[in-house]
Ligand binder design. Structure first.
Ligand code: ADP
Ligand code: MG
Ligand code: MG
Length: 326
């Protein structure tokens, strides 16, 4: 029988991708179609990890970085080109508060997290020499890239999950399953809404660990990303440093904050959430307001109370209504 005559059924699949839990929920009458779509979406995310991973020395990004400072220009894949040019635009717009070349400094902090010791100042100076989005030269006619300074290291940690989510949603659509939700490590892509409702309903930020989330978003066709230091931080000398770094100082953020962004796609939401964390609530939220259909919620722990900041469109885009229940 044609699947159109049967009611859609909810399907769920869980996996682990990009070192994060992956969950796909979708609606379709035919389990075979849904299953194939989800398997192909997962395979696509896996493929993107092999391009963007910073942990895999054979990833395309890692191999590109090995040519830094050698004068070589390297032709790159379409995915790497797309996400690099997007990330460079965000780097320019934030004047480097977000910087896709932050890799050398992130690596220092990663080591600090293991040893719980502050790296010596000269290591920061060294690392900073190799950071700067203006040292990436693009050759659009060849889709090629040259990294001008020795030791440069691209870091897509702030955007790769969002990009993978968008790519996975696209696969679901192409496979005939447009009503889908992708959750990769807490960042979300929402496709067409479930058949029985006008929107997806998802829990987002909760400032205190172990507490139930206190914010919900009711939307379809958008991306949602959260940046915060709830899980990844290091305490040195009684001070807590986030895995998000302010490139101007080289230091991990010390505010305890959580930023959630809703945007037309997950790539943009992921980039904005990280960038706004660095820019802070005033400058960050004003910048989010310049994007059509984007909004942010900025929670900041001050002493033992949570400060709440929202951008202009947060209430409208999150679907928040006084009597709404999850
Ligand atoms: P999560 O890792 O939880 O998804 P984010 O999306 O905010 O959180 O990404 C954080 C990652 O972004 C860091 O682990 C690091 O790889 C990278 N990063 C840290 N600081 C910056 C920065 N100022 N600009 C761009 N990328 C950054
Ligand atoms: Mg992220
Ligand atoms: Mg991000």
């Amino acid at each position: 029988t044609p699947s159109a005559s049967r009611p859609p059924v909810r399907w769920l699949r869980e996996a682990e991708e990009m070192a994060a839990p992956l969950r796909i929920i979708c609606y379709h009458p035919d389990g075979v179609v849904a299953d194939r779509a989800m398997a192909r979406a997962i395979a696509r995310i896996h493929q993107l990890n092999a391009i963007f991973s910073d942990y895999d020395p054979t990833s395309e990004v890692r191999r590109l970085c090995e040519t830094a400072g050698t004068g070589k220009k390297v032709q790159v894949s379409d995915d790497l080109w797309q996400l690099l040019t997007f990330s460079l635009k965000i780097s320019e717009q934030t004047a480097g508060a977000f910087d896709v070349t932050i890799g050398p400094i992130v690596r220092l902090w990663r080591r600090a997290r293991m040893s719980r010791e502050m790296p010596p100042a000269y290591r920061f100076d060294e690392a900073r020499q190799a950071v700067g989005y203006q040292f990436v030269r693009l050759y659009p006619e060849d889709r090629a890239v040259e990294l001008l300074r020795p030791g440069m290291r691209l870091d897509f940690g702030a955007v790769a999950k969002g990009y993978a989510i968008d790519a996975a949603l696209k696969v679901m659509r192409q496979e005939g399953v447009p009503s889908a939700l992708i959750d990769l490590g807490g960042d979300l892509g929402l496709g067409e809404s479930p058949p029985d409702r006008g929107h997806w309903s998802v829990a987002v930020a909760a400032m205190k660990p172990g507490e139930p989330p206190s914010y919900f978003v009711r939307r379809a066709r958008c991306g949602i990303a959260t940046s915060g230091d709830r899980y990844r931080f290091v305490v040195i000398g009684g001070k807590r440093y986030s895995h998000i770094v302010d490139p101007r100082t080289g230091v991990g953020l010390t505010d305890q904050s959580e930023v959630t962004v809703i945007a037309p796609n997950a790539t943009l939401a992921d980039a904005l959430a990280t960038a706004v964390s660095v820019l802070g609530p005033e400058r960050g939220l004003a910048w989010v307001d310049t994007f059509p259909d984007a909004a942010a919620l900025y929670l900041r722990l001050v002493g033992d109370h949570t400060e709440v900041h929202t951008s202009k469109q947060w209430k409208e885009l999150s679907g928040e209504t006084p009597d709404a229940q999850p």
